[in-house]
Design a protein around this ligand. Structure first.
Ligand code: SAM
Length: 276
């Protein structure tokens, strides 16, 4: 008998992939967690029925959410990651030669454990000498610290459950205070095709706080519609211009692609109010 997993990316669109086995299902204190084996994408981490990361295409998202900021900030020594419990973003951050410390603040320790148990290629940097892993609410964490990070990366679930406030203006304002005077914030800002309202909320929320706000895109096969957006707020430096050439070991990111990722289709410009 064939087994298929389907993520309902909208009430009218399903993303299905053939699944060969279920490796873990559990209800954590925050969400439903599952790990399944799939033919096309290898192991897949699901939270509340949504694809978080897969062995086969995780590198696209993790390189693009990490390296655009790390390569366009002249001195990205101290980087904070909110969420990101699978460890993929942390792996890319601590791989960057200019980074001195990557701090991960993940609310659900069961996500970190599942990553350690089933995704060694993604979670491999959790114990890296440059890594620090804290299990707590990122919303609280940014309220209790100031002026100490060069880059903050919000690698969160979509605005549901504990992540709702991670898309709020008050959270962005707290991150602004947490950042040094030339710091950058980058967030995953969802699918322009299926969730333009989330893209608009994140972009406008950050634009109201940061002097320089830009959006860039990547193609991620297992994310809703395959076209994914990231929004970056900067206090000083232009995120479109890489000032580091680090791309060694990357399978998606290049310095040229870094600049090209900010070239937006008209429909995306219209979502963020830069329409022609
Ligand atoms: N790449 C995925 C995406 O774009 O949807 C996100 C992957 S990562 C697994 C998302 C993580 O954010 C989850 O592990 C979740 O527990 C965490 N998270 C959600 N709200 C949080 C909060 N308030 N503080 C810290 N972590 C949070």
């Amino acid at each position: 008998m064939e087994l298929w997993f389907t993520e309902y990316q909208t009430p009218a669109i399903g993303f299905s992939c053939k699944s060969t086995s279920t490796l873990r299902t559990e209800k954590t204190a925050f969400q439903d967690l599952a790990v399944i084996e799939t033919e096309q994408f290898g192991r897949m981490l699901l939270l509340d029925g949504m694809v978080m990361t897969t062995e086969k295409d995780e590198f696209i998202y993790h390189e693009m959410i990490s390296l655009v900021a790390c390569n366009s900030h002249p001195n990205p020594e101290n980087v904070l990651i909110i969420g990101g419990g699978d460890g993929g973003t942390l792996r890319e951050v601590v791989r960057h030669p200019a980074v001195k410390q990557g701090t991960l603040v993940e609310i659900d320790e069961r996500v970190v454990q599942a990553a350690r148990d089933f995704f060694p290629s993604i979670s491999c940097a959790l114990d890296h000498v440059k890594s620090k892993v804290l299990i707590e609410d990122g919303i609280k964490y940014v309220q209790e610290n100031e002026n100490c990070y060069d880059i903050v990366i919000v690698d969160s679930t979509d605005p549901v459950g504990p992540a709702i406030e991670l898309f709020s203006k008050s959270f962005y304002a707290n991150v602004y205070k947490l950042l040094r005077d030339d710091g950058m914030l980058v967030v995953q800002s969802d699918s322009p095709y299926y969730h333009p309202e989330v893209v608009r909320m994140a972009f406008n929320g950050i634009k109201d706080i940061f002097p320089l706000t830009k959006l860039y895109l990547a193609n991620i096969p297992t994310y809703p519609s395959g076209l994914w957006s990231f929004t970056i707020g900067s206090k000083k430096h232009d995120p479109e211009q890489p000032c580091h050439t680090h791309q060694q070991g990357c399978r998606y990111y290049t310095n040229k692609l870094h600049e090209a990722a900010f070239q937006l289709p008209v429909l995306v410009k219209q979502i963020i109010g830069n329409g022609e």
